[in-house]
Design a protein around this ligand. Structure first.
Ligand code: 5GP
Length: 191
């Protein structure tokens, strides 16, 4: 998606530890025109795939997942990062290692919202080592639902998570794939 690449080049900041900061348009302030186009592009990519629900992790995935869900006309579910008082009854959980925080956390979703008849599209803002997507896939498996694939705003291709998932047969669509980045610039994978 050319618009996403242009936005990353114009406003993304490469931080130490190979972290890309996109707070000006995705992670803190949200460019709503871009967000609407992200939703449309994800809907276009997964048109005809039979997606019944979008699944993400709070909090930075929610806006993108909501845009995708609105464009596809399906509900959006977000896994919570801790079991809180408003997640009760039967739950599915998975453990995720966070690259940005260098810590493990548990993701939780109520079994009311992931059903065996669902065909799930995973959505997130970033894909790096793939741990977040693996945790979400585990929730889909635990629910007995079907995985349609994943849609990601920005994949850091050099961290390998996306290609590892593709090698396992998971459909992964990323709107921009960064093959290299440093202080001197950002290189995108041709798509
Ligand atoms: P993974 O689990 O694929 O290693 O990392 C994906 C998760 O880590 C995403 O949910 C995202 O929130 C966070 N993340 C990973 N790399 C970056 C990055 O370069 N910038 C930002 N803003 N978040 C990142």
């Amino acid at each position: 998606m050319r618009l996403m690449e242009e936005k990353i080049l114009a406003e993304g900041k490469v931080l130490p530890g190979q972290i890309l900061k996109v707070g000006s348009f995705l992670n803190q302030q949200i460019d709503t025109a871009l967000l609407a186009q992200i939703g449309q592009e994800i809907a276009r990519l997964y048109d005809g795939a039979g997606v019944s629900k979008v699944l993400t992790i709070e909090s930075s995935g929610i806006a993108i997942a909501a845009a995708a869900g609105m464009a596809m006309g399906v509900p959006v579910v977000f896994a919570k990062k801790h079991k809180s008082s408003n997640v009760d009854g039967e739950v599915y959980t998975a453990s995720v290692h966070s690259y940005t925080h260098n810590a493990d956390y548990t993701i939780v979703v109520s079994s009311d919202y992931l059903r065996p008849e669902d065909k799930i599209l995973l959505v997130d803002d970033f894909l790096a080592n793939g741990k977040a997507l693996m945790g979400l896939s585990e929730l889909v498996v635990k629910a007995g639902a079907t995985l349609a694939g994943a849609a990601i705003a920005i994949e850091k291709g050099f961290q390998g998570g996306g290609d590892a998932l593709r090698a396992q047969g998971v459909r992964v669509e990323s709107l921009a794939i960064i093959d290299a980045m440093d202080d001197n610039g950002i290189t995108f994978r041709p798509q």
